[in-house]
Design a protein around this ligand. Structure first.
Ligand SMILES: Cc1cc2nc3c(=O)[nH]c(=O)nc-3n(C[C@H](O)[C@H](O)[C@H](O)COP(=O)(O)OP(=O)(O)OC[C@H]3O[C@@H](n4cnc5c(N)ncnc54)[C@H](O)[C@@H]3O)c2cc1C
Length: 307
């Protein structure tokens, strides 16, 4: 990035230039980020964000990259990773409040709660990713979403860090509406007293179910499409006889038809073309319009007229 001057911005974290995002996404596709930044702490993040905003450099926060399809042309501007923000703590015990920073792993949050005798959030144990990604996606399973257990979020919004109650925010199935540029710094979960042995059993069952249902043997981003109201996306894809359909290295998994997988050497463009094919065929066979659950970001390659 031409106007990057490490010395003058006083940033203490790590900065990588032209970092390939395929290395940071579970689909293993995606071009480079002009800048990939890993701030040390909150102050460092503020320094970075203020500098980027002053320079009018676009920015985007990545969590674990488990729900991201990054286009082959990569991401213009900066990708920010909060992987150093991993603190989990109990607030005002014994009131069942656990605060997790945005970079904390979902399973680590469930394990922490278990250790202090709290539960009610076990359904996120097997969802790969970070607290920030889980909150932004309202990640969930078995009919529950993580925001049902969230009291408030700490957001960096318009240059200021403040707590926002969920009642002030709009959210729904696999979505949380934030303002452009908002960064989730932490979530405060309200939990209930639970015997650690019971949580252990809940985690064990969840991981076992996922091993049997979600082990597709190839890189994926989990469910590619949202379930339309009252319907299962996988069933609609099956009705359209798309199981095993392949474009380039991207394939509709034979084992779970709502998982698009990287059979090796796939490009983002392969996935995008396959997604278009799935949506068109499902619409013509069933009349239902599927919507991506996976977030598509970045730029198409200049030589790629299809992506
Ligand atoms: C095998 C497999 C199984 C899965 N099973 C499930 C499941 O059962 N249920 C489910 O809901 N999902 C599931 N997923 C999808 C994925 O795990 C979830 O969406 C997860 O919450 C994504 O978290 P992440 O940290 O990887 O976020 P990312 O994929 O990195 O990012 C997702 C979105 O969140 C935004 N974001 C991330 N962190 C922040 C932040 N701090 N501030 C602002 N925005 C942020 C990103 O910009 C992006 O828009 C599965 C994925 C895989 C690969």
């Amino acid at each position: 990035m031409s106007n990057l001057n490490l010395d003058t911005i006083g940033f203490r974290g790590r900065l990588l230039e032209e970092e390939l995002l395929a290395r940071h996404t579970s689909l293993k596709v995606g071009g480079p980020a002009e800048l990939f930044a890993i701030p040390e702490d909150e102050q460092d993040l503020l320094t970075l964000v203020h500098w980027l905003d002053r320079q009018k450099i676009p920015r985007f926060v990545i969590g674990g990259g488990y729900n991201l399809l990054v286009r082959d042309g990569g991401v213009r501007g900066a990708v920010i990773s909060l992987e150093r923000f991993t603190r989990i703590q109990q607030i005002n015990p014994p009131h069942g409040l656990v605060r997790a920073e945005a970079g904390a792993d979902n399973l680590a949050v469930v394990r922490y709660a278990q250790e202090v005798g709290l539960g009610g959030i076990g359904f996120i144990a097997g969802i790969p990713g970070t607290g920030g990604g889980a909150v932004k996606m309202n990640a969930g399973a078995y009919g529950s979403g993580v925001l049902q257990r969230t009291r408030s979020l700490t957001l960096l919004r318009e240059g200021k860090i403040a707590d926002h109650f969920m009642s002030e925010l709009e959210y729904g199935y696999r979505r949380l509406a934030l303002l452009p540029g908002d960064i989730i710094l932490a979530a405060l979960f309200f939990l209930e007293g639970k015997d650690p042995a019971e949580t252990e059993e809940e985690i064990r069952k969840d991981l076992e179910l996922r091993r049997s249902k979600h082990s597709v043997g190839y890189p994926s981003a989990g469910s590619f499409f949202k379930n339309p109201p009252g319907q299962a996306a996988w069933r609609l894809i099956d009705q359209a006889e798309l199981r095993g359909e392949q474009i380039g290295g991207a394939q509709v998994s034979e084992l779970h038809s709502n998982f698009l997988i990287n059979r090796g050497g796939a490009s983002a463009s392969d996935f995008l073309r396959l997604a278009v094919l799935v949506k068109e065929r499902v619409k013509s066979v069933t009349g239902v319009e599927l919507e991506e659950e996976v977030r598509v970001v970045g730029e198409g390659r200049s030589d790629d007229s299809r992506g």
